[in-house]
Write a protein that binds this ligand. Structure first.
Ligand code: MG
Length: 369
């Protein structure tokens, strides 16, 4: 790949509905887009950071800084044969996985377009259609939660994930179970509990959840291994897994029965694929988590989900779940039977609406090779 220039865009997009988790409420989504230009082809990647350092330490500002001062200049310093080679070049920068992932994602899209193949094929995926679920934030009342669940089941989503926090856990989940019966349902705690809450977490066992996601600290792996044998509900790890190595260690000590793969958190598609391979070899199912992505990040999620070990529906909903108008054409749509048909065009497979990106951008930087 012979890059001519890389552009960075800072965007702010209004969510259709505010989204609340155990660490806060988002009404606008702020993130960065990367455009990698090689002359004949252009690739797009999304930096799935947020404005605030609540899900992880990275923010729009930290990602912008590290991309502009290190990652983009180093990427442009010499040609790259393959996107898999980028991580080694950026290795000296510790952490900043989301910043790295957005840049690497643009190179993956570009690489697939240069090869004339869809991104999912470049990654070695095979599925033509992926099963998808929905993630529902913490609703102010049980009635509002039930209305949301009813709506998304009607839309065909294959799995309902509900965000929980202390005081908003057993009661709302029980209400959903009672109303909708044996639907595939899981809970995401976003690190809101500790080992002293074990009685409460055991109470959730009677709800027959598919899994509980990241009940304990965002930095912990060890305590999750202590908790796992005391629960019937499988534990899925999200926040504390930043690399394929973290995944290997978590699996080895029995901390994870399931893994949530987020491309941004893991530092890119190459690391996500490695993490998938490690989990698959160990018989641990994986699914693709979401960060309220725009269409660009959403299509990267669709592509990685085509790998064989993604046996559980992920968070990759339709564009219209989050946006009045997405920045891709066509938008990502979910079929009435809860699937997304994988695009077969080169790269991410849908056009990026560059006019809209440039109009929405409140920051724009260009770097030439
Ligand atoms: Mg999560």
């Amino acid at each position: 790949m012979q890059l001519r220039q890389i552009e960075l865009f800072a965007l702010r997009m209004r969510l259709r509905h505010p989204f609340e988790t155990s660490f806060g409420r988002e009404e606008d989504r702020e993130f960065l887009l990367v455009r990698a230009d090689a002359g004949d082809h252009v690739g797009w990647g999304e930096v799935t950071v947020s404005r605030d350092p609540f899900y992880c330490y990275e923010t729009v500002e930290t990602a912008e800084s590290v991309l502009r001062n290190y990652l983009i200049p180093w990427t442009l310093s010499a040609p790259l044969a393959h996107p898999d080679d980028l991580a080694a070049r950026l290795h000296q920068v510790r952490g900043h996985q989301m910043a790295k992932a957005g840049l690497e994602g643009a190179l993956w899209d570009l690489y697939a377009k240069e090869q004339g193949i869809p991104l999912y094929q470049a990654l070695g995926g095979e599925r033509r259609e992926i099963e998808v679920g929905i993630s529902i934030g913490i609703e102010p009342t049980v009635d509002l939660l039930l209305a949301q669940v009813e709506r998304f089941l009607g839309d065909g989503y294959r799995r309902i994930k509900i965000k929980i926090k202390p005081g908003k856990d057993y009661v709302p989940l029980r209400a959903v179970r009672d109303r909708f019966g044996d639907i595939p349902m899981m809970a995401d705690a976003n690190s809101a509990y500790s080992l002293s809450d074990i009685g409460l977490l055991q109470q959730l066992d009677e709800l027959g959840l598919m899994m509980i996601e990241q009940p304990l600290s965002y930095e912990d792996i060890i305590d999750h291994a202590t908790l796992a044998p005391q629960l019937k509900t499988p534990i899925c790890l999200d926040e504390c897994i930043h690399s394929p190595e973290d995944a290997r260690k978590a699996i080895e000590i029995g901390a994870a029965g399931v893994l949530n793969i987020k491309i941004g958190r893991l530092g890119g598609l190459s690391a996500s694929r490695k993490t998938h391979d490690i989990a698959q070899a160990a018989g641990i199912p994986v699914w693709c988590g979401g960060m309220l992505e725009s269409g660009v990040g959403r299509l990267h999620n669709v592509a990685i989900t085509t790998l064989g070990g993604f046996t559980l529906p992920g968070d990759t909903a339709a564009s219209s779940r989050y946006w009045e108008e997405d920045i891709i054409d066509p938008e990502v749509e979910v079929t009435p039977h809860g699937t997304i048909v994988v695009p077969q065009g080169p790269g991410i497979g849908h056009a990026v609406r560059e006019d809209m990106v440039r109009r929405l951008a409140h920051g724009h930087w260009t770097y030439r090779a």
